[in-house]
Design a protein. Structure first.
Length: 244
């Protein structure tokens, strides 16, 4: 196993298990986590009407260069692993992609049927850019083209149903020892959570482990079929590369 510092950028769209993954990695003895570091910049530029927007912009770095300097600099707390939870749509077009070559990139995917049927309960009329699928494919393609590698891809269903095996595979790929502490954690919020946690993390706040996937009967409404097909095309670019 390698003992070199690892800056792990994990790219997910919304309505996935990204916060539970952050809990899992934050429970490792050698890891420090950060929560959606580009969020303040994203809201400052787009002026999207998100819960707590003014507070997020006020306390977070709005200059993407400052964010990149932190993500690629010394790992906080003298830890070996810097787990970076990213939302793909936060990486706006105006942000240089060059820094992606200075971190290890990993992709967390979820089937668009599950994403869209969940997301429209929060955002009634989403467009493709809101779902993060196109941005996830763009980042994946950048890494594949510029680094000449297929980065690790994880499917949320496989993590939920087989957390020990799936996270073990990821640790093997990253040259890390798997730690059993990744499988359970204490409930509640964390100091490392973003200030938006009180708006978005109510469900994960009560969790103590990955819960098995339960298929939902919800179907994508007809008016979102075109959006679904667009998301599915992006999803199917990454899905064949998932660890299994």
């Amino acid at each position: 196993m390698s003992f070199e510092p690892l800056r792990l950028a994990v790219w997910s769209g919304p309505r996935n298990i990204s916060t539970a993954m952050m809990r899992s990695w934050g429970n490792r003895s050698d890891t420090v986590v950060c929560d959606e570091p580009f969020y303040a910049h994203y809201l400052s530029v787009t002026q999207k009407d998100h819960p707590g927007r003014d507070e997020i912009v006020a306390v977070g770095p709005t200059d993407w260069r400052e964010v990149v300097a932190d993500l690629t600099g010394d790992i906080p707390g003298g830890k070996r692993v810097y787990y970076q939870k990213h939302m793909t749509h936060h990486l706006l077009p105006g942000i240089s992609r060059d820094w992606l070559g200075l971190v290890t990139n990993c992709f967390l995917i979820r089937h668009p049927r599950d994403v869209i049927t969940s997301y429209i309960k929060v955002v009634p009329n989403p467009v493709l850019e809101d779902t993060g699928f196109a941005q996830q494919r763009e980042i994946f393609d950048w890494v594949r083209t510029h680094q000449g590698i297929i980065p690790p891809v994880l499917d949320s269903v496989e993590i939920l149903n087989r957390p020990r095996e799936t996270l073990g595979l990821l640790c093997d790929v990253l040259g890390l020892e798997f730690q059993e502490s990744m499988l359970s954690w204490a409930p509640g919020l964390r100091a490392t959570d973003g200030v938006w946690a009180k708006h978005w993390y109510r469900e994960v706040e009560t969790t103590t482990a990955f819960r098995p996937y339960t298929p939902k009967p919800d179907q994508v409404p007809p008016q979102f079929h075109e959006l679904y097909e667009q998301c599915l095309e992006c999803y199917e670019t990454l899905a064949p590369h998932r660890l299994k």
